[in-house]
Each structure stands twice: as C-alpha cells, then as structure tokens.
Design a binder for this molecule. Structure first.
Ligand code: SF4
Length: 219
C-alpha cells in the first residue's frame, strides 16, 4: 500500500526538481535580440498566426534582466560578439540560448573574417536550429526540444542508471566521499550548466572571440 492510496483525490505528487523544471519550461521569456533576416521569421513566430504566447512566451522582453532565453536570430559580426555577450551576462539565471539558422550556428555561407563562425564562440548554446532561414515551425520545434531539455535538468549531478561511482567520478570530476544524490551528505555539487567561470571576464570575452579559442562551449 502506497502513500497515494491514503491521499484524497486531487492531490498530485511530484519532486521539487520536476515541478521547478516544468515551471521554467512553461514560462520562457525571450530577450528581444534580432540580428539579421532570421529575425523576421522569429518575429513571425511571435505574431498572431503562430502565437508563441500559447507556450508561456508572452512577449519578447526589451530588458535582458527580464529574459531567460536568448534567440540568436541571424549572423553575428565580430563587433557584435562582445555586445551579445554583454546582453547574455545581464540576463537572469538560469538562462538558455537558442541559435537560429546556419549563420548564427556556424557562420553559414559567410565564411569570412567579419563574422563569428558560430555564436558558441561567445555564449554557450543549448539548442541549434538549422535552415536559412528556419521557418517559424522549425523555430517552434527547436523551442519544444529546448523545453524537453529543461525538463531533464538536474539540480545536482547524479550517477546515471547502472553507472558505478568510479565511472561517475571520472565523468564529472566528483571528489566527494559518497553518492551526491543522497541529500543528507554534506558533499553536494551544483550542476555545472552555465559558462565556465573566468577569472577575468574581459579577458574571457576577448579570448572567446578568437576563432577556435573556445569551441565546444555548448552545454
Ligand atoms: S541563416 Fe539565412 S536567413 Fe538567417 S541570417 Fe543567415 S542568411 Fe539570413
């Protein structure tokens, strides 16, 4: 006999982790940040026909402090890189980045010195949407996949099913004595999900603008 049988109907049991992730996935607020032609498709996605408000994304926020999703819609020039990073830094945590279109994801057809060959040189990207330009349906598909990713996030890194503690330590660098998912252990480790900490943010920003300086910054 489980606890569920003793509860009156209408009571829903879940974990705090699942509840918080569900809330976050259902209330993403994007920052207003359009860079090129892809931004037209992004605006269309928010307009009446596709209506992003159905998914809790009521309006694009003009202030990054009120936004937790950055949709990089369009090619990113070398000059725009530090500005984009500045906007990202001002966004509230936790935050996510969606790279929209081939230009934002890899430079696309603009393989030249003026453009970043991928926005993941300056910010960690959670979801890539291909296409030139991606249609609103593709952007929405990327947003739905990001929702699913957010729902899987763990507040504390835990061993995967069947994973030994030795393998877990090798994978995560965990140095604690016990299982980090056991709550009464003092040794808990926050999930490393945002940008790697830099001693000097300005130096990190400058370094990351160099092609290939920090490839693979995606989470
Ligand atoms: S991917 Fe295509 S539509 Fe999007 S910014 Fe590049 S050229 Fe424009």
């Amino acid at each position: 006999m489980g606890l569920e049988e003793k509860l009156p109907t209408g009571i829903l049991l879940t974990t705090v982790e699942k509840f918080v992730n569900w809330s976050r996935a259902g209330s993403l607020w994007p920052a207003t940040f359009g860079l090129a032609c892809c931004a037209i498709e992004m605006m269309t996605t928010g307009a009446a026909h596709h209506d992003l408000a159905r998914f809790g994304m009521e309006i694009f926020r003009a202030s990054p402090r009120q936004a937790d999703l950055m949709i990089v819609a369009g090619r990113v020039s070398q000059k725009m890189g530090p500005v984009l990073r500045n906007v990202y830094d001002q966004m509230a945590d936790p935050k996510w980045v969606l790279s929209m279109g081939v230009c934002a994801s890899s430079g696309g057809m603009f393989n030249n010195y003026a453009l970043l060959q991928g926005v993941d040189h300056v910010v960690p990207v959670d979801m890539y949407v291909p296409g030139c330009p991606p249609r609103p349906e593709m952007l929405m598909d990327g947003i739905f996949k990001l929702h699913e990713k957010i729902k899987q996030e763990q507040f504390v890194e835990r061993p995967r099913p069947g994973e030994s503690m030795d393998a877990f330590r090798r994978r995560t660098g965990w140095t604690g004595a016990g299982d980090p998912s056991v709550p009464d252990k003092a040794a808990t480790q926050p999930l490393a999900k945002s940008v790697p900490a830099a001693a000097d943010p300005a130096a990190e920003r400058a370094g990351s603008l160099t092609r290939g300086a920090r490839r693979g910054g995606a989470r």
